[in-house]
Unconditional design. Structure first.
Length: 266
């Protein structure tokens, strides 16, 4: 068994604060009342039947989460940790999504010392649906706000045998745009380029594709001559956006090229 195919059975220890207890209880009650068992079957199947679901559609889940959160005072750091850990201790996946929504909403108040909490979440009930959201929208902003302290942590995560921590290290700069550290991005991609794990190969391509929207030349140069050969999957994913944009530009140019024959009548 590998970290990619089997979610850990342990859950982060469930800590408690009164606001967190009330929030999670209200969430669970609201989701249970909105549950659709037939939809839950399909949602679980999409996640390879690794997790239970209430069967609440995304739009309704977010609306319920937002409504319940609006009735609470601004959560403290202890509240946010307790909410995350309590939601992760539950079987139903929608509660973990709700916890992620709360962390993302209050990410600017999360200090560097909160990263070990997020690490627990990343390595518990792990799959791409929670890992990718946490990587880009929780870990990324925390690291960006505390680069000197936390970039060395990412340097350790890229070498971790847990593929979800390595995937997080690759993806955490996806929203950085011009704040991206390209040397670190390319180094991380090269470091895991030889790994046969699908989720790492896919992450490499995705991270490069996102950065190609900021520096196309740098990404094309890296893909053309990487320190370690990239998999076909990583190359295709890395160049997907650039190739599509160039194809669209070529098509538009051909459509207005002087001397081009007129379009035939239908």
């Amino acid at each position: 068994m590998t970290a990619a195919t089997t979610p850990p059975t342990a859950t982060p220890s469930s800590r408690s604060t009164p606001p967190a207890d009330a929030f999670v209880a209200q969430l669970a009650d609201a989701f249970a009342r909105a549950a659709d068992p037939s939809r839950a079957v399909g949602m679980a199947a999409y996640m390879r039947d690794q997790f239970a679901f209430f069967g609440v559609p995304t739009t309704e889940r977010v609306a319920l989460t937002r409504s319940i959160a609006a009735g609470l005072d601004r959560p403290t750091l202890a509240d946010l940790e307790a909410i995350a850990r309590k939601c992760w201790a539950r079987d139903e996946r929608e509660l973990q999504y709700a916890a992620q929504w709360m962390l993302r909403r209050h990410v600017t108040q999360l200090p560097a010392s909160f990263l070990p909490v997020v690490r627990d979440l990343l390595t518990t009930r792990s799959w791409w649906d929670t890992v990718d959201e946490l990587a880009q929208n929780v870990v990324g902003p925390i690291v960006l706000a505390h680069r000197e302290e936390l970039e060395p942590v990412m340097d350790r995560w890229i070498d971790d045998e847990n593929i979800w921590l390595a995937r997080t290290a690759i993806l955490h700069q996806n929203r950085y745009r011009t704040a991206t550290d390209p040397e670190r991005l390319f180094r991380y991609c090269a470091r895991r380029a030889g790994d046969r794990e699908f989720f790492l190969r896919k992450a490499i391509g995705w991270a490069l594709r996102e950065y190609s929207k900021t520096d196309a030349n740098a990404v094309r140069a890296f893909v053309a001559d990487p320190p370690v050969e990239l998999s076909g999957l990583s190359r295709r994913e890395a160049l997907k956006w650039l190739d599509r944009r160039e194809a669209q530009a070529a098509h538009a140019t051909a459509a207005v090229e002087p001397g081009a024959p007129p379009a035939e009548e239908p």
